[in-house]
Design a protein around this ligand. Sequence first.
Ligand SMILES: [Zn+2]
Length: 378
Amino acid sequence: MTIRAITAKTIFDGEQYHSDSALVWKGDRIVDIVPTSTLPVSVIVTDVGDRIVAPGFIDIQVNGGGDVMFNSDTTADGIDTICRAHRQHGTAYLLPTLISATPEEMKTALIAAECAIEQGVAGVLGVHLEGPWLNKDKKGAHDANKFYSPTIEQLEAFPWLERGVSLVTLAAENVDTQALNWLQQHHVVVSCGHSNATQHQLTAEKLASVNGFTHLFNAMSPLEGREPGTVGTALMTDHAWCSIIVDGIHVATQNVLMAHKLKPEGKLLIVTDAMASVGSRTNRFVLDGEEISVQDGKLVNSSGSLAGAHIGMDQSVANAIAWGLNEAEVLRMASTYPAEALNLDDVGTLKPGYRAAATILNSDYSSYAVLVDGVLNP
Ligand SMILES: [Zn+2]
């Protein structure tokens, strides 16, 4: 099997920096990072010059891209289009994310993700079902008519992924403890979001089955003097990760920095919550029969509500660094930490034996190329 390498002035492996080094891989797995001067002549080399090579970005919340909404195209082809669109913005892997839908549509989405993984669609790690087990008081752009509280029988009827990750966003106050435990026991990653909980509704019992919190600050009960709400609980629950949108529109810069200060290391990660407009030609799309369009960089529905984000991972990383977070830490927030959030141990870091995936960034952090499972996508 051919051995390939990317040589660069800077390689960040997720823990440390290597200068004038080569990321070497064989097939779809990383072999090592070595000094460029020691590379055997038989290795096929792509030199990326002064650019930075980082672990491939992982976005666990992507509703669409390349003019495709996952809700409207729950097929392996639809997932492929979304992955391709986001590769232009530095994303190596993602979870296509279904916005609250009917149980039948959810089943179709789960099957599509399983098929995409089986067919080897590059970049898909599983699926994210965002709802419909949400709180109508924090519905955001979701259709509250689709919301319900699931029974165990209903959960058992879904074809949860066998080869990939199943992640669900739910309002933990509206899902009983047994159902949360069932999800936990069946290796479904549980994230609390679109939640209007009080601190007392998020009991220790429930939180034990909650792995994370979805798009911290957005669509959740706020932190107030006498009531921590879902935001305060998310910030204070050390075992749980928080995903956060860093487009400068959904969350104030100071709140991103505050969350970073409060969460333990590794527990704050970047998501885009991107829609079909990323990597698109049109800047508008339809969700639940309603037109969503980009206005002044914001995605809004007809009533002016924010409806997802119009941003890629590369710009998100650039923003967080510009706001003062450390470069290495931000690169981990876009790769290592989301891999850990999904309990994956072969992506998110450039280590021997891991999947050969890297994001190559220009000096302004815009994406130059993405390596996915040994294939370099310029
Ligand atoms: Zn949401």
